[in-house]
Design a protein around this ligand. Structure first.
Ligand SMILES: Cc1ncc(COP(=O)(O)O)c(C=O)c1O
Length: 371
């Protein structure tokens, strides 16, 4: 049953008329709907890719020793997660494939349930259906606690699309409930470096010792360099956590040939070793966020959550019909946003505005909203 559901239309196709409407704006369309990075890949990363371009042999599925060391060191330095070793990490070809394939690679099937956030990145659900499992969209732990059919619990902090952040007590509660039933908790943390709450605040990782109490069993993190390093085109990401799970996933990915290309592994190593370009990129997004946030609030919109990550999760209180009314209102200003409904019924009042547009486009969007 699940697999048939994958034949559903791709939801973004329904945006075609709104894109057409926005294109009619005399100064053209401004696309704030899709979170694809637009800034150049930092030189330090491009150079590493170029220098590794002679790659006649097969790369290691498990990742080069240098890359695995860089991932472990990054977790220690940037995420407050010490003591990871080579056995706790595994590069993936971007994180979308890792997210989508995870339930299948973990051996889930028709009896099983995958929990994901109520308003969520759609790939959690797609991956559950691909494996034959059922997807349960909820933020309420009580809805699945004690259910032995629940095998995977996805969390996503900071969230796409809402920008909400889970704190340590919330993470502990989810992990404790999952441990009681032997479920694997997988935390998609790909926006962790984009925390807007305070200058030095950090989004906690599910692998933080304050959450794990030193026990990594049944815990995994998915992380991506796409956004923090503007390398969505490289397909550069990794998972980390429970060494047994990593070993099983590595073995299966070897059989499937799911290998990160050697030049990309070298580029990832350089990106992970260099915190400076991430700080620069973060400042760029912070500036765009301030301009857009001020403009949409001045235009009468309300912003919810949005404490971190690459999006503003906004609604117009006068638009009683929900997100499509707001999408139309924005299209009349030449702006394309993402309908909250694409992320689940609970998102139906909101639109998602991405910060991944050039400064000039963000400034133009702000001007159009002011009129
Ligand atoms: C929550 C979340 N997870 C995973 C991804 C996938 O990123 P990538 O495949 O570029 O690593 C995205 C991309 O937008 C995302 O928003």
């Amino acid at each position: 049953m699940g697999f048939a559901a994958l034949g559903e239309d791709y939801p973004w196709d329904s945006m075609v008329p709104f894109r057409a409407r926005a294109s009619e704006h005399p100064d053209g369309l401004i696309d704030l709907s899709i979170g694809t990075p637009v800034d150049p890949t930092p030189a330090v990363v491009q150079q590493a890719l170029q220098q590794a371009s002679n790659a006649p042999g097969y790369p290691l599925t498990a990742g080069s020793p240098a890359l695995r060391d860089a991932i472990a060191a990054w977790f220690d330095r940037r995420r407050g997660v010490p003591h990871l070793t080579d056995e706790n990490v595994l590069p993936t070809i971007g994180s979308k494939e890792a997210v989508g394939l995870m339930p299948s690679l973990l051996g889930l099937g028709t009896e099983d349930v995958v929990v994901h956030p109520a308003v969520a990145y759609p790939t959690y659900r797609v991956g559950a259906l691909l494996s034959g499992a059922t997807a349960l969209a909820t933020d309420d732990v009580a809805q699945w606690a004690g259910d032995p059919n629940v095998k995977v619990v996805w969390i996503n902090s900071p969230s796409n699309p809402t920008g909400a952040v889970l704190d340590v007590p919330q993470l502990r509660m989810i992990v404790a409930a999952a441990r009681e039933i032997g479920a694997v908790v997988i935390s998609d943390e790909c926006y962790a470096e984009l925390d807007w709450r305070a200058e030095n605040s950090t989004v906690p990782s599910v692998l933080d010792p304050a959450v794990t109490e030193g026990d990594l069993s049944n815990l995994l993190v998915a992380y991506s360099l796409s956004k923090q390093s503007s390398v969505a085109g490289y397909r550069a990401a990794f998972i980390a956590g429970d060494a047994d799970l990593i070993s099983r996933l590595t073995a299966l990915r070897k059989h499937l040939g799911m290998i990160v290309p050697a030049p990309v592994q070298a580029a990832m190593t350089a990106a992970l070793d260099d915190d400076e370009h991430v700080a620069v990129q973060r400042a760029i997004y912070q500036y765009r966020r301030t301009v857009l946030l001020d403009a949409i609030m001045a235009a009468g919109m309300k912003v919810d959550h949005s404490q971190a990550g690459l999006y503003l999760w906004a609604r117009h209180p006068e638009h009683r019909a929900g997100c499509w009314e707001t999408i139309t209102w924005l299209a009349d200003r030449g702006i394309v946003a993402g309908p909250g409904e694409f992320y689940g019924p609970q998102g139906a009042a909101h639109v998602r505005l991405a910060l991944t547009a050039a400064d000039t486009d963000i400034a133009a969007a702000a001007r159009r909203l002011a009129h």
